[in-house]
Design a protein around this ligand. Structure first.
Ligand SMILES: Cc1cc2nc3c(=O)[nH]c(=O)nc-3n(C[C@H](O)[C@H](O)[C@H](O)COP(=O)(O)OP(=O)(O)OC[C@H]3O[C@@H](n4cnc5c(N)ncnc54)[C@H](O)[C@@H]3O)c2cc1C
Length: 364
């Protein structure tokens, strides 16, 4: 049995950020299911607002971040409430325009920063068995036959929330949104730096060029949309995108490539049940609250919730219960604000308000 101050499950942005923050003072074990960071062609989620700078600085990860060559975020052009495009320029944001990330490099950079700070990382960890003994959390890494114990256990395993589920916590999905996406090959003539967003009758699209030069093309639909299956066909997917004038412009010489699918709807853990778990258990990032991609808030939330959880974990042990309660209160208010903004965003699409995708989100 090895003793730690904290065991963090999942080395995505949330788990790695928390390990960076806790490591200067504590012994941190980071357990990751995958053998390495997934390749860029599989990762989705690339827009990071300028406000993330201060969080990355606090984690000691900003210098590495700057060296990794992420691109400055250009304007957002959207055909949302009407067909004519509207421009929004992030340059006016007091925190700066933000970035379009090389997502694989971003995730790997945070993970490596955590390890350089002294966190111990076990990749390819296989199945984990979580239990509680006396006043500590125990994690068996079954594939290795090793056992680990800590007063703090953190679920940073993303949408799967695997630790929370093992503890019997329910996860509420607010809607069954699916994202179909493709990484289109780099086109030397494509110098566009904008994020293009547009509403469609049965969903919405975004497209952005990432630092590798590839272009991400993504469509968000209901999980029960009958067209979902046929749109996995790369030619049909691209042809549908080209019917949107705002996208057609950027897709002139695009070549159809494999289309992936991922769940993308809002989901949250039951906060009241979480508050009743034994002390020292936290969930952060998508495991705590997963956002609809229209909010473009998931990576920022991963970093911010790691920062808030770190502050709660570092509080003197006499205040541990109230510190966790403050953390959960903060997550509840983030969720309430997000729901309000999300509803207003979808309600803006008056032109399709009678189509079922939009009715579900505006009236549901
Ligand atoms: C279509 C789409 C577009 C998006 N666009 C944006 C965007 O533009 N901007 C933005 O900010 N966000 C965006 N997001 C959201 C963003 O990608 C996520 O919010 C972010 O990745 C959450 O980070 P995380 O660390 O909580 O979870 P993840 O990134 O999912 O990381 C979880 C980690 O835990 C590991 N893991 C899982 N299970 C286990 C286990 N049992 N044991 C050990 N390890 C485990 C996984 O391998 C992974 O490494 C988008 C999401 C989608 C679906």
């Amino acid at each position: 049995m090895t003793d730690w101050d904290a065991i963090v499950v999942g080395a995505g942005p949330a788990g790695s950020a928390l390990a960076c923050r806790l490591r200067p003072h504590g012994r941190v074990l980071l357990l990751e299911r995958d053998a390495a960071v997934a390749p860029a062609s599989r990762r989705i989620g690339e827009s990071l607002p300028g406000a993330a700078r201060v969080l990355l600085q606090r984690m000691g990860a900003f210098e590495r971040f700057l060296a990794d060559g992420h691109a400055e975020r250009g304007a957002t052009v959207s055909a949302w409430d009407r067909e004519e495009p509207v421009w929004f320029d992030h340059l006016r944001d007091p925190n700066g325009p933000g970035w379009h990330l090389d997502r694989a490099r971003f995730d790997a950079g945070l993970r490596e920063t955590a390890v350089a700070a002294g966190a111990v990382l076990i990749e390819d960890c296989g199945r984990l068995r979580v239990s509680r003994s006396a006043d500590a959390w125990c994690v068996d890494v079954e594939a290795q036959g090793t056992q680990h114990r800590a007063p703090v256990l953190v679920d940073a395993s993303g949408r799967g929330a695997t630790v929370a589920r093992q503890l019997g916590l329910a996860r509420r999905s607010d809607d069954a949104l699916i994202c179909l996406y493709a990484h289109l090959p780099a086109d030397a003539d494509d110098e566009d730096q904008c994020t293009r967003i547009c509403a469609d009758r049965d969903g919405w699209w975004y497209s952005v060029r990432i630092p590798s030069g590839q272009r991400v093309l993504a469509l968000h639909l209901d999980a029960d949309d009958p067209a979902l299956k046929t749109l996995r066909d790369p030619e049909r997917f691209l042809a549908k995108a080209k019917r949107q004038p705002l996208l057609a412009d950027a897709l002139q010489s695009a070549v159809a490539v494999e289309v992936h699918a991922r769940p993308a709807g809002s989901a949250t853990l039951d906060v009241e049940a979480l508050a009743d778990t034994p002390p020292g258990f936290f969930a952060i990032g998508d495991a705590m609250l997963a956002f609809d991609p229209i909010a473009s808030q998931g990576i920022f939330h991963a970093l911010a919730s790691a920062e808030s959880a770190a502050s709660a974990i570092e509080r003197p042990s006499g205040n541990a219960a109230s510190a966790r309660k403050s953390y959960l209160d903060e997550m509840q208010s983030v969720h309430a604000r997000y729901r309000e903004h999300l509803h207003a965003t979808y309600a803006g699409v008056v032109r399709y308000r009678h189509a079922s995708f939009w009715v579900r989100r505006i009236e549901g």
